[in-house]
Ligand binder design. Structure first.
Ligand code: ADP
Ligand code: MG
Length: 368
């Protein structure tokens, strides 16, 4: 799919204007705080109505204005379509092909994109919960059933933890624990299986992108690190047995801590570059390349599911990358429409083919 045009009206600091990008790579460059990220954020909103920077759509409305409006013309599902988002202080109106929508989910089915912003580096830099939520949000998007399983698992986990605390005071409650364990491990096994399947699929793709970005010098690998000894080829039944066994073993310590020691909520995903855990041993540029490879892998998974290429939004990806890596992102991502923001003038000179936009104080000019 591709964006043919997007009109911004009273949006953040941007002057009212219509962006008409090309089908390939579009560079948006300018100094800091000029409005580059705002342009990408506006595009991303059409994926489902949520910003990657804020929870509050009121922030999107230009200071002193009462509404903001975005109008997008895009080519998707083999036809030209339109979508419109109006943010008012009182609420939001979403229109797809001229028809008002009750929820933003109509957008999710129509418009697909992948975004990278520097905050995504936390995927490598921070603790396991960041990586779990990356994988979980991916499997939830894949199937509603997965989202429901996760919800139930988290609810049960809370209840089991509460029960553990109770047992300390009332030993007799111990008998009821097996009922909770039965349910928790059934759901947990299912989640871990889905995650491992998804990681396998992601790895196959991310490896290829990472090789490309690093010009063959680095090998990326993802490894699911289980808190109860789950292994890649275990089926759901085996996973459940392992999880149950771990619950039995850990009961004494769990009663002391009042929390469930192992399970889907304690697992991690190692992102490994050339055999070393990237969280501790990779350079800034390597970490960035790994996250970018994962994002491109996510795009490739989306392409398979939606039957079309998602639009790629790269915010500030080029800094900290060497020339070869920048060149790969600017010139070798064929078949996709790409939007890349950057500050360096030199980056636009590296672009072999595409369109360049210069942003200054919210005003946007096409250069090429
Ligand atoms: N609702 C708003 N109304 C007007 N200006 C805004 C609004 N929200 C953010 N801004 C301004 O937008 C600018 C940041 O734009 P941004 O796209 O993040 O810059 P960059 O070019 O560095 O990516 C800041 O100067 C900020 O004050
Ligand atoms: Mg920015």
């Amino acid at each position: 799919m591709r964006v043919e045009s997007i009109r911004y009206q009273n949006y953040r600091n941007l002057a009212d204007f219509t962006l008409t990008p090309c089908e390939g790579v579009n560079i948006i460059y300018g100094n800091n705080a000029q409005g580059k990220t705002n342009i990408l954020e506006g595009l991303w909103l059409f994926c489902g109505g949520h910003s990657f920077r804020t929870q509050s759509y009121r922030e999107l409305i230009q200071f002193d204005k009462s509404f903001a409006k975005l109008e997008c013309v895009f080519y998707g599902q083999e036809r030209r379509q339109t979508a419109e988002l109006t943010m008012e202080t009182g609420g939001r109106v979403i229109k797809v092909n001229g028809v008002e929508q009750k929820t933003s989910s109509a957008l999710i089915e129509k418009f697909c994109a992948v975004v990278f912003s520097p905050e995504n580096l936390s995927l490598i830099k921070r603790g396991p919960s960041e990586r779990r939520s990356f994988i979980d949000s991916a499997i939830c998007r894949e199937k509603l059933r997965n989202a429901l399983t996760l919800q139930k698992y988290n609810r049960l986990l809370k209840q089991r933890n509460a029960l553990l605390k109770e047992i300390v005071r009332n030993e007799r409650l111990k008998e009821t624990l097996s009922l909770w364990d039965e349910q928790l491990t059934t759901l947990g096994a299912e989640i871990v299986r889905r995650r491992m399947d998804f990681i396998k699929m992601m790895t196959e793709r991310a490896v290829v992108y990472h090789k490309g970005i690093s010009r063959g010098s680095e090998e990326l690998r993802l490894r699911y690190v289980s808190s109860f000894g789950a292994e890649e080829n275990d089926d759901v039944r085996t996973l459940k047995e392992k999880f149950l066994e771990k619950c039995r073993q850990s009961l004494q310590t769990e009663m002391l801590t009042g929390s469930t020691a192992a399970g889907a909520h304690r697992d991690d995903i190692e992102i490994i570059i050339n055999g070393k855990n990237s969280r501790f041993f990779a350079s800034q540029g390597q970490q960035r390349s790994a996250v970018l490879s994962l994002k491109l892998a996510e795009a490739s998974v989306l392409r398979e599911r939606m039957g079309e290429n998602p639009v790629i939004l790269f915010d500030d990806v080029l800094s900290e990358l060497d020339n070869d890596r920048q060149d790969y992102l600017l010139n070798e991502l064929r078949d996709c429409q790409v939007f890349i923001t950057c500050c360096e003038k030199s980056n636009k000179e590296q672009l072999n083919e595409g369109k360049i936009f210069y942003v200054s104080e919210g005003n946007v000019e096409a250069e090429k």
